[in-house]
Design a protein around this ligand. Structure first.
Ligand SMILES: Cc1cc2nc3c(=O)[nH]c(=O)nc-3n(C[C@H](O)[C@H](O)[C@H](O)COP(=O)(O)OP(=O)(O)OC[C@H]3O[C@@H](n4cnc5c(N)ncnc54)[C@H](O)[C@@H]3O)c2cc1C
Length: 457
């Protein structure tokens, strides 16, 4: 079977590419191949009662399916070049921002209207942060919330399903170069196309590595972020979250001059498991629906680890540390900050007696047995720094879940069109290593579809 364009992966990158083809070049035939299921069929079996921990499904419903890794996320679209990816390095700062705003408009038109747009501009917190060795990064944040994010995806799918051929539960096993295009090999058969847009995200990172090795597309990889997810009473951070929702704060440690940063803040949210290639790590999200809000806020504290030659496998390093926590705790470990400071593990009794009610059933344990000292020292320093702008952060009962790992896909060598050394083969979204967020991944999909549409005019 032949298409004009094959899109591999139906996460935000793939969806927004398909959306843009429909708008700018509806005559192009588009086939979308996705390992996971339709949005409606996506269901993680962990219910907190019968199934408490990850049972390693063949395809992870959290990471795969229509909507990609973002489907059950908090739906925080950060409109900024300061974090979330380096798309601006390829396409320019103004273009990147304008595409993120364009994506925001599409989300609003598909069910997101009425949701709040937060901004750090003119905020008094910048000064307070500076006075405490902390830096507040600039951003606008559209918070759709998990529930509205889902509605937006439903509406986008309704609009796209009659235009593009969606092949769900159809992983592309192999991508080959043909004389005049590309061939996607699946269990159901092979499909050819003139253009190919690959948007396989984090869950497709191993597959992407193989494709690049087979097709001899140059790549580089040297970064992984490691840390914990902090959970505390929402009141402690409410002065920040009410105004900014998500505050991206960076702390420079005194001891090692490492940067520790907050990541993915979820006011009144929940902590969740995340499964990447069979390894269980921690993440978080929150709901827009008041009925689903909890009394806690959670956010990650992460330290970036950059490696130099001869070591090249930064993700392998992160995976080994996550495996260690899985080995000790059977999954994610939770520890009270007070227990960590006293050099003792948390146990079920101490967690039970804690004033902070955990929103994830994790195994009480000792994170100092898992995280490297330098990283843990940096996290502890930052908790005390945050305590100065949000008193109560360093309370004994503050919960730390570990480990949170932010894997970075290797960076694929791409030109300013996000095109590989094979004309017509584009790599976008988190799978390219260029983006690490919903807004950047979505913007990269629009950008590439526009480049292809221009060639077809
Ligand atoms: C729990 C959670 C919460 C998050 N919250 C936020 C947030 O609030 N804000 C934010 O900006 N970011 C958030 N993120 C990150 C965000 O979801 C990603 O940055 C974004 O989804 C990347 O989009 P993508 O299209 O590049 O990849 P993905 O969303 O990962 O989609 C890739 C798709 O490709 C499919 N695929 C992989 N390999 C193949 C193959 N060989 N054949 C066919 N299909 C394949 C996968 O099944 C997947 O559906 C969160 C992530 C998680 C896991």
């Amino acid at each position: 079977m032949k298409y004009d364009v094959i899109i591999i992966g139906a996460g935000p990158g793939g969806i927004f590419a398909a959306y843009e083809f429909q708008k700018k070049c509806p005559s192009l035939s588009v086939g979308v191949f996705e390992t996971g299921t339709t949005l409606a069929k996506r269901r993680c079996p962990i219910d907190g009662e019968k199934v408490k921990n990850c049972i390693h499904c063949r395809t992870c419903a959290i990471m795969s399916g229509f909507g990609g890794a973002g489907a059950f996320s908090d739906g925080k679209y950060n409109i900024t070049n300061d974090f979330g990816g380096t798309l601006y390095e390829y396409i320019g700062r103004e273009k990147a921002l304008s595409l993120m705003q364009y994506v925001d408009g599409i989300n609003l038109a598909h069910g997101g209207e009425g949701t709040r747009l937060f901004s750090t501009a003119g905020s008094e917190f910048k000064k307070i942060c500076m006075q405490n060795r902390l830096t507040l990064l600039d951003a606008q944040v559209r918070h759709l919330g998990t529930d509205i994010n889902y509605v937006v995806l439903e509406n986008l799918y309704d609009e796209l399903k009659d235009y593009a051929d969606f092949h769900f539960e159809t992983p592309v096993r192999k991508l080959e170069k043909t004389e005049d295009g590309f061939r996607a090999v699946t269990d159901e058969g092979t499909y050819e196309s003139r253009y190919c847009v690959v948007s396989v995200g984090r869950s497709g990172s191993k597959w992407m590595e193989k494709v690049c090795a087979d097709l001899k597309i140059p790549t580089s990889s040297n970064r992984v972020d490691l840390g914990v997810r902090v959970e505390l009473p929402a009141a402690i951070f409410s002065h920040l979250t009410d105004r900014l929702y998500e505050s991206k704060i960076v702390y420079r440690t005194k001891k090692f001059e490492d940067n520790v940063r907050t990541f993915c803040m979820n006011p009144n949210g929940i902590v969740v498991n995340e499964n990447t290639n069979g390894i269980v790590t921690v993440n978080g999200h929150s709901f827009e629906d008041p009925a689903k809000k909890t009394d806690n806020t959670n956010f990650a504290l992460l330290v970036s680890k950059h490696f130099s030659l001869p070591f090249k496998d930064s993700n392998g390093y992160g995976e080994s540390i996550a495996r260690l926590s899985n080995m000790l705790g059977g999954g994610v470990i939770v520890q009270r900050f007070g227990d960590l400071e006293r050099g003792r593990r948390s146990n079920a009794k101490r967690i039970e007696e804690s004033t902070v009610r955990p929103t994830l059933a994790a195994t009480p344990g000792d994170l100092s047995l898992v995280l490297p000292k330098r990283i843990l020292d940096g996290i502890i320093e930052m908790i005390y720094a945050l305590d100065r702008i949000a008193p109560g952060t360093a309370n004994d009962d503050t919960l730390l879940y570990g480990v949170e790992v932010k894997f970075y896909n290797m960076e694929v060598q791409l030109d300013s069109n996000l095109e590989t050394n094979y004309p017509g083969l584009f790599i976008i979204g988190d799978g390219s290593g260029v983006t690490h967020s919903l807004s950047h991944a979505s913007a990269s999909g629009v950008y590439v579809a526009d480049r292809i549409a221009e060639r077809e005019m």
